[in-house]
Ligand binder design. Structure first.
Ligand code: GAL
Length: 524
């Protein structure tokens, strides 16, 4: 005779298993949903290591899937931090004493429980793993409003994205006033009598907005630049850097994207010192604030920013121009951006990441005509899996920039795969190396903290291809276990190497491990 709890467990599992991985017919096309549905028992996602500065406000919502209510607990949490057991939000002040605080996070519901290591490293480094979140640019361009941003934050929770580790909700350009504009929503003095920057009428309450985002356990990002004006010609920080850093901190922001834009009018023919100076200045001002503010350097890769971005205080640096404006040829634009970014693996690591720009899928605006309404992506399903696989292998910041209020099941299945995200967020913090690049094939390999290696086999051609990776190409030997990362399935044991049939413009993403370290999916 089954107990009631066992019966519930079995029936929930059956319902869940039936819903797994079934191709779903949608209109004419068949949706190839590779990500298994999250199991009903809790599963904790996100980074296992987290950097924070001493004595600063701390906020972290434990990313966790599974049927709610979930009861959270944490062992070894520093006493200055507290955990809300229902929401899983950790808040408080980081310890004054730098050091590594080894914590074990636990999540339990009526069906089971799970735990995950989470090391809080109190010191001078933020961004020990790549940042994850959403940025409004490709959804709202020059017209974001406070309510758009609030809706996006709500959607990050409701869609479940936050349960996979998406955390930052970032305002891009066009929140400030626009000098010279006669638009009643944008006009007016850009600063008050004290020199403090003012938001425009579309953002009536910046402090209230960040407070709301924080109340959800999420973080808030803002945008400015070292020139007099932003790229969309709104007020920026030139000559007011000190006041702006203080204001961003006072408003409660947790990230600043600092975009070169009109700084070219300040320095006419910049060399390395001129490229570095404005970012060095802003990073040292941000460091003086009494909260942790991540600095995202945005200057499109000038002066080989990857070589010095970390040294001058950046936690990530855009390596190329705007991905959304890249006109693809035989391959969509994200491939060429990915190829350029992939060559820079030596420069990425804990605390500083190569940033190849946002994940542009779902319902997304056209950067070449920002006045057109946002439309469903033209990328094929295989291309979308390739995009997300490439970004995760490259340990890129994972910022979705399509419309949060129009998230569909397919887009969520691309954005929210726990084992794909584990590759991006891996504690070792290595960016994949290029193993092979031919006109037909692109192979990336990323060593992971547990000794396994993630490999992406990308088919760049228009025909199906068999793509191989000999173990010697990924510095491994012997018989190794191969796991299909997207589907959370073990493929089997392979001696000497692995080959996969990959459809056109698609990817096979596998994790190769000695059997003892094979990650066990919560599902099986
Ligand atoms: C560009 C930047 C984009 C976006 C835009 C705003 O320079 O690369 O990501 O921020 O400015 O105007």
């Amino acid at each position: 005779m089954l107990t009631r709890r066992e019966a519930t467990l079995i029936s929930t599992f059956v319902v869940w298993a039936l819903g797994m991985q079934c191709p779903v017919a949608f209109g004419q096309s068949l949706l190839d949903m590779r990500t298994p549905k999250a199991p009903p028992i809790p599963h904790i996602n996100g980074p296992k290591v987290y950097g924070a500065r001493p004595g600063h406000p701390f906020l972290y919502r434990i990313p966790c899937t599974g049927t709610r209510p979930i009861h959270f607990s944490a062992m070894g949490l520093p006493s200055s931090l507290k955990l809300d057991e229902t929401s899983g939000i950790i808040s408080g002040t980081t310890p004054d004493v730098p050091g590594e605080y080894a914590t074990t996070l636990e999540a339990a519901n009526s069906l089971g429980n799970v735990s995950r290591q989470f090391k809080i490293v109190v010191g001078d480094q933020l961004g020990l793993t790549p940042q994850m979140g959403w940025n409004d640019w490709y959804s709202y361009y020059e017209h974001p409003t406070e309510s758009d941003i609030r809706e996006a934050a709500d959607a990050m929770i409701k869609s479940g994205m936050a349960d996979y580790g998406y955390q930052f909700v970032d305002i891009d350009d066009a929140w400030a006033r626009k000098p010279g504009s006669s638009d009643p929503q944008l006009e007016g003095p850009a600063r008050n009598a004290d020199g403090d920057i003012l938001s425009n009428a579309r953002f009536p309450n910046m402090g209230g907005l960040t407070e709301y985002i924080h109340s959800l356990g999420l973080k808030a990002g803002i945008y400015s630049g070292p020139g007099p004006l932003t790229c969309a010609k709104f007020e920026a920080s030139y000559g007011h850097e000190d006041a702006d850093a203080r204001q961003f901190s006072k408003w409660g922001f947790d990230l600043l994207k600092y975009d070169w834009c009109s700084y070219g009018t300040v320095v006419k023919s910049p060399g390395l010192p001129e490229f570095q100076e404005p970012y060095r200045k802003m990073s040292s001002l941000l460091e003086k604030q009494n909260r942790d503010i991540v600095l995202n350097i945005c200057q499109y890769g000038m002066g080989e920013v990857w070589k010095w971005g970390r040294k001058i205080g950046g936690m990530s640096w855009r390596t190329t121009g705007d991905l959304g404006a890249v006109k693809g040829g035989s391959l969509p634009g994200f491939y060429s951006v990915g190829f350029a970014n992939a060559a820079l693996d030596a420069y990425a690591g804990p605390g500083g990441w190569n940033d190849p720009d946002y994940i542009l899928i779902g319902t997304v605006g056209d950067a070449n005509d920002i006045n057109l309404p946002a439309k469903p992506t033209h990328l094929t399903q295989g291309e979308q899996y390739s995009y997300m696989s490439m970004w995760s292998l490259m340990a890129a910041p994972l910022f979705f920039s399509g419309e949060m209020t129009k998230l569909d099941d397919f887009t969520l299945n691309v954005l929210c795969n726990s084992e794909v995200i584990d590759i991006d967020q891996d504690s070792l913090g290595r960016q994949a190396k290029v193993v092979r690049k031919t006109p037909q094939e692109f192979v990336l390999a990323k060593p992971l903290d547990d000794g396994s290696v993630a490999v992406g086999l990308f088919n760049l051609s228009t025909e199906p291809l068999t793509i191989s990776v000999p173990w010697s190409d990924v510095e491994r030997s012997g018989t190794l276990m191969v796991r299909d990362v997207w589907r959370h399935e073990s493929i089997g044991a392979f001696a000497n190497g692995f080959s996969s049939q990959v459809p056109a413009h698609d990817v096979a993403l596998v994790r190769i491990s000695p059997q003892r370290t094979l990650p066990v999916s919560p599902a099986r």
